[in-house]
Design a protein around this ligand. Structure first.
Ligand SMILES: Cc1cc2nc3c(=O)[nH]c(=O)nc-3n(C[C@H](O)[C@H](O)[C@H](O)COP(=O)(O)O)c2cc1C
Length: 212
């Protein structure tokens, strides 16, 4: 079985992106594009690819963006997972939002830090109880002999925390990607796409156009 996908070819014609339409703040620009992605019915517009690396390996996976503001882009995960081990070794990441229904992508690169325990507690408390128990039940990224073991761990957490609030596990919480660059990509005809990138220079955001 082979797959030849060279006949899959599509022109991007929906719109263009001019520098003078960009907001001075990439965060405001991101929030406008995010609202448009939601409006256009993009499935899970907050889903983003998260790329990390250490000296030996690179990794990429989907996570959900939960908060964003001038300070950065926050997602939540297990602090013992592969991604967290990589972030422990090299505190840098790239994020990618593929909003293909709009022929757009946004790429963010920057340094990464853990958010405060208080912020994690606040978000964890807002999650449905089953998701809270799921976080307790899963040793994310480690191998597990069967699904039934996972389900039995879930059941035992359910019993353990049957009464009262489920506390934040000490191995779970948020990371903030503090952006150094944010690139807005809009597909155009003949592969002459628009790419406008904001770079943080001495506290200011400087915009430039990149060749597609
Ligand atoms: C749509 C979608 C959303 C996801 N959201 C998260 C998330 O917010 N946090 C998380 O830890 N994993 C999330 N995952 C699972 C990750 O992609 C990944 O399997 C997991 O975090 C383990 O990654 P790692 O072994 O590279 O650390 C999501 C997966 C999908 C497909």
């Amino acid at each position: 079985m082979t797959g030849d996908l060279t006949h899959l070819r599509r022109e991007f014609r929906q719109s263009g992106l001019r520098r003078d339409e960009l907001d001075a703040s990439p965060i405001v620009q991101f929030s406008q594009w995010f609202a448009q992605a939601k409006e256009a019915g993009v499935v899970e517009p907050s889903a983003m690819s998260l790329a990390t690396a250490d000296d030996d390996n690179i990794g990429v996976r989907t996570v959900l963006l939960k908060f964003f503001d001038e300070k950065g882009f926050v997602f939540f995960t297990n602090y013992d997972s592969t991604k967290s081990q990589q972030l422990g070794s090299r505190a840098q990441a790239a994020l990618l939002f593929p909003w293909l229904a709009l022929e757009r992508q946004v790429k963010i690169m920057g340094k990464v830090e853990r958010i405060s325990t208080l912020e994690s507690i606040k978000y964890f408390a807002s999650r449905p109880k089953e998701s809270q128990l799921g976080a307790w039940a899963s040793q994310q990224s480690s191998s597990i002999s069967s699904r039934s073991l996972l389900l039995s761990q879930f059941e035992s957490m359910k019993n353990k925390f049957a009464k009262g609030e489920v506390p934040l596990p000490d191995f779970w919480g948020g990371y903030r990607v503090i952006p150094e660059t944010i690139e807005f990509w809009q597909g155009r005809e003949n592969r002459l796409h628009d790419r406008l990138i904001y770079k943080r220079e001495e506290g200011e955001w400087i915009v430039s156009r990149l060749s597609p």
